[in-house]
Design a protein around this ligand. Structure first.
Ligand code: PLP
Length: 402
């Protein structure tokens, strides 16, 4: 019999009652070190007093009105986001996929109002993940997510990630834009080769295409810059953001230059909830913390320390960990054993991590993680590796391909 909750998730039988910083506490009192952070969402950790205060203060005044009326929190947040980024304008959403939908519509519309309506195709990359709506599963191109859902939404041309020649070959008279994650998250924490983003920017400029970035996972400080593309010294035309921007409150945003957004005129797009007063109060509070210079300094320092410590663990456990990769606090361990085994062994050690494609285990702590907590995480990873090595010694038959 089907469960009352649609059974689309393989849920772990753990339920949490509360959280504090980087820790989650189960209903029966067990504490877990949370390096899932809501899948790169809880940038300030759980129950951050500043966010609790912002949310409750707003909740006592006004939750929701509608985009039919002015929302001063949204005007303020848009102003601050445009000042902090390449963008001139912002559309607030409730999720990452919805921010991507806005970005895709905007890119097509830009070409349309620029006199090139035939330019409606977008180049995307193998291993990408952009969400679960019909357009975003087509953009992601993962056959597993597309199967059975009827005609695939047309307009996406996929090429291998990091392959500049393939991008050049895919550009045609119908190409409108190039869409990518600066660091692929779900695809397995894949960092493109150096200069890749800069080369894509140059190609877009040369061919009149828009560069659309999906910073839903890599943004809001996760890599040690406010947005990951800043490492490459380039700016996009359009950018989808979500996850960390609400610190746990469901919200996202599509940011764009004035030029890229020129087709999105009155009545062309909308969302009932997007940018409502509750979300905007939390979004502004998250930004208050993330924009402090010491915040990103901290992420960079912790990212460096963590990378060093993880490299040592890998050297000690080459039969379990094949590779350490990532940027800042968006880190991944490519496993020698099935990644799911490492996820389970870590849970047995009291640490929560999500898997990813390419047999990778992601390590996504809240960005407020301390050096002591990173050391503790490394101890747990060490212990999990030992557990797996003991099992391998007892039954050395399983391989990563399972
Ligand atoms: N884009 C990226 C890079 C993501 O990692 C995700 C979610 O994991 C999405 C888009 C979709 O976001 P949401 O699940 O909020 O719709």
């Amino acid at each position: 019999m089907i469960t009352p909750v649609l059974p689309t998730y393989a849920r772990v039988n753990l339920e949490f009652e509360r959280g504090e910083g980087c820790w989650l506490v189960t209903t029966d009192g067990r504490r877990y070190l949370d390096f899932t952070a809501g899948i790169a969402v809880n940038v300030l950790g759980h129950a951050h007093p500043y966010l609790v205060e912002a949310l409750t203060a707003q909740a006592q005044k006004l939750w929701h009105t509608s985009n039919l009326f002015r929302i001063s929190g949204g005007e303020r947040l848009a102003q601050r986001l445009t000042e902090a980024t390449f963008a001139d304008t912002a559309f607030f959403t409730n999720s990452g996929a919805e921010a991507l939908e806005c970005a895709i519509k905007m890119a097509r519309k830009y070409q349309y109002v620029s006199g090139a309506p035939q330019r409606n195709r977008i180049i995307t990359f193998e291993g990408a993940f952009h969400g679960r709506t019909l357009a975003t599963i087509a953009a992601g191109g993962n056959a597993k997510y597309l199967e059975g859902f009827g005609p695939e939404m047309p307009g996406f041309d996929q090429v291998p990630f990091g392959d500049l020649d393939a991008v050049k070959a895919a550009i045609g008279p119908e190409t409108a834009a190039i869409l990518l994650e600066p660091v692929q998250g779900e695809g397995g924490v894949r960092v493109p080769p150096p200069q890749f983003l800069a080369a894509l920017r140059a190609l877009c400029d040369e061919h009149g295409l828009l560069l659309v970035l999906d910073e839903v996972q890599s943004g809001v400080g996760r890599t040690g810059k406010l947005f990951a593309h800043e490492w490459a010294g380039i700016t996009p035309d359009i950018m989808a953001v979500a996850k960390g921007i609400g610190g746990g409150f469901p919200m996202g945003v599509c940011l764009a230059t004035e030029e890229a957004a020129k087709g999105m005129t009155l009545g062309t797009h909308g969302s009932t909830y997007g940018g409502n007063p509750l979300a905007m109060a939390v979004g502004n509070a998250v930004l208050d913390k993330v924009l402090l210079p010491e915040f990103l300094d901290h992420v960079r320092q912790m990212g460096l320390r963590f990378t060093q410590m993880l490299a040592q663990v890998k050297d000690r456990h080459p039969d379990v960990i094949a590779e350490v990769r990532g940027q800042g606090l968006l880190m991944g361990l490519r496993a020698q054993v099935p990644a799911a085994d490492l996820v389970i062994a870590l849970r047995e050690e009291g640490m929560l991590v999500p898997g990813a494609g390419d047999n990778v285990v992601r390590l996504l702590p809240p960005l407020v993680v301390s050096e002591d907590e990173l050391s503790l995480a490394v101890e747990k990873i060490e212990a999990a590796c030992q557990r797996i090595e003991q099992r391998l010694a007892a039954a050395p038959v399983r391989g990563a391909a399972e």
